[in-house]
Write a new protein. Structure first.
Length: 267
């Protein structure tokens, strides 16, 4: 991929997910709750689905889909993470998907598309994999997510070193999400925001949970050097806190779009 659109280091994303596969159980409760919130959107439609593609579900999405009676294929960039899902599974990069046209009537991507460099291209590929009147249901962190940690890390690093490097992924805003669906050719595109406030009695638990979920820094322009030992303790010490812990914001952008019936690529 050309450097001018290479925002994320995809090799690092895969390695982080490989490592996280050994520890994902410690983050599974939160991942499952967020997936359940996403799948609740299925109750808002009378359409019934029979064959779903789970993109990057980390072993929590596929079982939830199967509980709804939906046959599910899981796909993940990481072999180790793919193995966390019940078969059938496919190991593939979501930027280069191997699925043929009209393979699924539902695609679910729960917090799994935000590391893609070419997100519009990925969304187009997913639309092609949907049969006519198939549904894309996706969530990704939006602008404002982890804002407390982002600000604290920047302030701490400036104090310690006189400068700062990207340590939290850039996230899209709501308008970006809606525009992405339109650009990718989805019918009836909808994007909305759900604000979730998490509370950590131990702020170190936030960092452990991010690592266990495979959500550590994979920004292409990140500083590859080992960070100062005092960086993370200093940042956590200046994060806003309240009597019962440290609050953290998760702004969840939920995106839905339909593959139009009778579109040229389906005829």
């Amino acid at each position: 991929m050309q450097d001018d659109i290479r925002i994320f280091d995809r090799t690092a994303v895969r390695l982080h997910r490989d490592r996280a596969a050994r520890h994902i159980d410690s983050a599974a409760t939160l991942l499952r709750e967020l997936a359940e919130r996403l799948l609740d959107r299925l109750d808002d439609t009378t359409r019934r689905f029979s064959r779903a593609l789970d993109i990057g579900g980390r072993g929590v999405v596929a079982p939830l889909l199967r509980q709804r009676g939906i046959e599910t294929v899981s796909c993940d960039l990481s072999l180790a993470m793919a193995a966390r899902n019940p078969a059938p599974v496919v190991v593939a990069d979501e930027e280069f998907l191997p699925f043929g046209p009209a393979s699924f009537d539902l695609v679910v991507a729960s917090l799994s598309l935000h590391w893609a460099n070419d997100l519009p291209g990925t969304l187009i590929q997913l639309r092609h994999a949907l049969c006519p009147d198939g549904l894309l249901l996706a969530s990704l962190p939006a602008l404002g997510t982890l804002s407390e940690l982002r600000v604290a890390l920047t302030e701490a690093e400036v104090t310690l070193t006189g400068g700062a490097s990207p340590r939290v992924s850039p996230f899209p805003d709501l308008r970006d999400c809606a525009a992405l669906l339109q650009r990718a050719g989805y019918a009836l595109p909808v994007a909305d925001i759900e604000d979730i406030r998490l509370l950590y009695a131990d702020p170190l638990a936030l960092l452990r949970e991010l690592r266990a979920a495979g959500e550590t820094n994979a920004v292409h322009l990140r500083d590859r050097r080992v960070p100062p030992r005092a960086l993370f303790p200093s940042a956590l010490a200046i994060m806003p806190s309240q009597a019962d812990g440290v609050p953290v914001t998760l702004r969840l952008a939920v995106m839905t779009g339909w593959a139009a019936a009778g579109s040229p690529e389906r005829s």
